[in-house]
Write a protein that binds this ligand. Sequence first.
Ligand SMILES: NC(=O)c1ccc[n+]([C@@H]2O[C@H](COP(=O)([O-])OP(=O)(O)OC[C@H]3O[C@@H](n4cnc5c(N)ncnc54)[C@H](O)[C@@H]3O)[C@@H](O)[C@H]2O)c1
Ligand SMILES: O=C(O)C1=N[C@H](C(=O)O)CCC1
Length: 248
Amino acid sequence: MIKVSVVGAKGRMGGNVVGAVNDAADTELALALDAGDDLTRITPENTDVVVEFTVPSVSLDNVLTLIGQGVDVVVGTTGWTDEKLDQVRTALASAPREDQAVFIAPNFAISAVLTDYFAGIAAKYFESAEVVEMHHPNKVDAPSGTAIHTAHTIAEARKAAGLAPVPDATETDGGSRGQVVDGIHVHAVRLRGLNAHEEVLLGNPGEQLVIRSDCFDRGSFMPGVLLAVRNVSSHPGLTIGLDNFLSL
Ligand SMILES: NC(=O)c1ccc[n+]([C@@H]2O[C@H](COP(=O)([O-])OP(=O)(O)OC[C@H]3O[C@@H](n4cnc5c(N)ncnc54)[C@H](O)[C@@H]3O)[C@@H](O)[C@H]2O)c1
Ligand SMILES: O=C(O)C1=N[C@H](C(=O)O)CCC1
């Protein structure tokens, strides 16, 4: 049995993870902690893997504390920058265990992971590319971590293919052209009734390809979270993206 502790256990995602860990045959719940709880209660004696779903402003500190506790960590919280990721790598280099592991996924849903993957394949064939993400209005960060990741995926594919910047004659923009991430415009919609959705729009003269993922409920993320829990400890160091655990 894999002993799993959950940090952010009272949240929308954390609550679902507690349920998934309790329901799976090969995992058991160790500690379920949330804001104000002492994370140093989590030790290698009671926990194999921690799942962390909190808020972008606290996630790095939580992960650094958990690395210091000598446990492996699966992170679903968004807001990761290159600088923050470097801090995780540095902490892992002097972690209590030599083979310690941290896994971070912008998105645990197979539809979202494949949207990103297919966008990376398709991007070099199209002159234009934009990303539209649509989420529930309780979400605190925009654009979504997934959309930022997808924009980077598209940008890397375009750069590798030697494509010119996306065409755009806009001269005045009050913000309606979205956030530009690595040269790709990303648009965020917040709408009651939605959960987590993303569209990648790819355009050429006379044609368009739309790649779309719809996660209608948070159960859609749980198979990916459990896959990460089962695989994280055999991937020492920092691993980013569920595609690393899928045979794509
Ligand atoms: N990777 C994915 O597939 C995926 C899917 C859904 C959501 N997310 C991300 O997960 C994060 C959480 O989303 P949510 O909808 O569950 O948010 P939420 O607001 O429902 O839950 C966050 C929880 O974290 C707790 N928390 C805050 N500070 C804390 C601290 N210092 N220590 C421990 N717990 C603390 C809060 O009390 C709350 O219970 C967001 O960044 C969201 O974008 C990722
Ligand atoms: O509901 C959220 O919040 C989500 N956050 C992640 C993101 O920002 O990409 C994943 C999708 C759901």
